[in-house]
Design a protein around this ligand. Structure first.
Ligand code: ATP
Ligand code: ZN
Length: 288
């Protein structure tokens, strides 16, 4: 196996180009964590959904994605039909497929799990809060990658609430308590900090607005890794996608967990003993 970011017990995972391979103890731990967060969703009344693996560029445009997060995007494309024969006759020698051989990209890999949910809810209306939980393989072009702490491809579990401003606030508050209690039961020190989204324009009006009225809170492990966040989108998505609650544009908010980051933090906390971490997650999950 190539590049290793292994723990004290040996090679528990490998990371190359921001892409992770987990061995069985890591897989079991990640699945157990996901089961805990999924159960929190179910207990809050969320139904489980899964969405297409790719998002349409056209849909993301309506969410200001290219204004706010163009740098994170991973467009997906295909080889131009008229270049196929030439490519087959002369396969590229280098590591990359030249852009001239590629078609324009109509789709992107998701950089957060809740986009699929918001897009699916387009044009719907409800009088009671709608809760949905989903998990997605997410991708972000970051300026650097760092083991499981900062990946290009990672797994995000989210619990999304759609409803009144009050329902969203209550949803985020309830999960802030659950995250704190779960962290404490695992012996993980998690610091709650106001945060801003990783906007393209760091000093743009959106960043300033988020600083003035924090809508995002992060849970930081002692080494500064954000393992979870709560995000209040207010009625932005409700307005953009005609999602209505009680006759008005709905408020939305999400609780997001980066599963590999939890594996990283627990690997550190349990000094590489992922089996011990798994037992602790099962115990803490039952009590949380
Ligand atoms: P950061 O500030 O560390 O870049 P973020 O604020 O951009 O994170 P969110 O948008 O809140 O992250 O994403 C939800 C969760 O997804 C984060 O709390 C984290 O656990 C996880 N996550 C985000 N980016 C990455 C990444 N590049 N690699 C691994 N996990 C990530
Ligand atoms: Zn989200």
């Amino acid at each position: 196996m190539p590049v290793s970011d292994s723990t004290a017990t040996g090679n528990a995972w490998w990371v190359r180009d921001g892409l992770a391979t987990l061995d069985e103890p890591g897989v079991l731990l990640k699945d157990a964590l996901d089961a805990v967060f999924t159960r929190w969703g179910a207990e809050a009344g969320a139904r489980q959904q899964s969405y297409p693996a790719l998002l349409r560029a056209e849909d993301l445009r309506t969410l200001d994605y290219f204004r706010n997060f163009p740098h994170l995007g991973s467009p997906v494309t295909r080889i131009r039909p008229e270049r196929l024969a030439a490519l087959a006759a002369h396969p590229p020698g280098a590591t990359a497929l030249p852009a001239v051989d590629l078609a324009d990209a109509t789709h992107l890999l998701p950089s957060a799990a809740c986009y699929g949910c918001i897009l699916h809810l387009t044009g719907t209306s409800a009088d009671t809060p709608v809760l949905i939980t989903t998990v997605a393989q997410c991708f972000r072009n970051e300026d650097h990658y760092d083991g499981l702490r900062r990946l290009w491809g990672f797994t995000m579990r989210e619990i999304v609430c759609v409803g009144s401003a009050e329902a969203v606030r209550a949803h985020l508050g309830r999960h802030q308590e659950r995250i704190a209690a779960f962290g404490a039961a695992l012996g993980l020190t998690l610091d709650r900090q106001p945060a801003t989204d990783p906007f393209f324009e760091k000093d743009g009006s959106r960043t300033v607005m988020q600083l003035l009225a924090p809508v995002k809170e992060e849970y930081l492990y002692t080494d500064g890794t954000a393992v979870a966040s709560t995000n209040n989108h207010r009625n932005f998505f409700g307005e953009r996608r005609a999602i209505r609650h009680a006759g008005r544009p709905a408020f939305t908010g999400c609780v997001a967990f980066g599963l590999e980051r939890w594996v990283h933090a627990l690997g550190d906390r349990f000094e590489g003993d992922l089996a011990a971490a798994l037992r602790a997650v099962r115990r803490a999950g039952e009590g949380s």
